[in-house]
Write a protein that binds this ligand. Sequence first.
Ligand code: FES
Ligand SMILES: [Fe+2]
Length: 361
Amino acid sequence: MATTSDYNLGKFTFPRGWFMIAEASELDAGPLPLRFFGKDFALFRGESGRVICMDAFCKHMGAHLAGGRSASIAAHGEQIDGDAIRCPYHGWRYNAEGQVDDIPGFDGPCPKAAKLDTYIVREVMGAIMMWHDPEGEPPHYEPPEIPEWTVRDYVNGAYDHLGVLEVHPQEILDNMADSNHLGPTHGSPPEYFENEFDEHVYIQRQGGFRREYNAFLSTYTWYTGPGLLLSRQAIGDIRGVEFIFHTPVDDGTTRVWHNNLFRVGTDNPGPEEVAAAKHMQSEVLAAFAQDFEIWSNKQPAFTIMGVPTERNFTLGRAWYRQFYNPRSEEAQIRKIATGKHVPSHKKPPYEIARELEPATR
Ligand code: FES
Ligand SMILES: [Fe+2]
């Protein structure tokens, strides 16, 4: 399996940033066991509605806090106690800060060392996002939240859960710079193509005639940090926003989610509009599946045998390295890619790409 060190990305195995770790609705069924960044976590919603994430394994005897759904206290809805969670094995209670504050059958005081690390999470656009930082620092930007998620004439999709891919996320990031796969893989060779790198944001503007749609497709796509891709797309009057969120599980494997918002042109979408949005989501997913199949079957590209018109790959990889190195080196690493870059054989962007740009990022 290809690992972070094979790609020579930097000092850390897993990158710094915001990452999707669950669909918010999954918490309705109770505490959720998760594995990301080579570690195990328990994620749950407290009675106040707050979402809490902590290390998975109980300090008492190592039970997984979210790994005992058949346990009596879980089955009887007694595991969540305020904004705290009780271990399903002997019922030790971990508060929202990860500290044990109640041990059944023992009057206390509870051992101070009975404490698990907790993690910063946000609930955004139907997803639970976690801030992952190898240096344990707080976030210096927020996860993206686009207005279309709450605008009524955009129909919200449920996430497509695409599972765990045996591919390092570097290979997925390469897609952003890859103007020359758009023809062979997706049937829409770009008439214009541009990348822009701005701090933790990586942008792609492109457009071309897509033979599957028999129409001109324009997209404005951007990563906010290393794991959250959004893409505004226009085909004639059709407007949509595609989501591709991906998170490292272990070194060299990646969990992937997909979603799509579709503008239905009415503030009162009925079953017909919802069906149209679902249909569009599956069409957009089919295009993503073209990439997915290639990734699932390819060899890792530790280096790329690029031709001179493919310089953007190198820039994209340089940008990605900022997340695998200490924050003190971030600004220096970013400088390599900062700015706009057009592969020499592609025309500069059309106006339509500008229309799709967010007012703020
Ligand atoms: S293992 Fe968790 S309370 Fe005993
Ligand atoms: Fe692609």
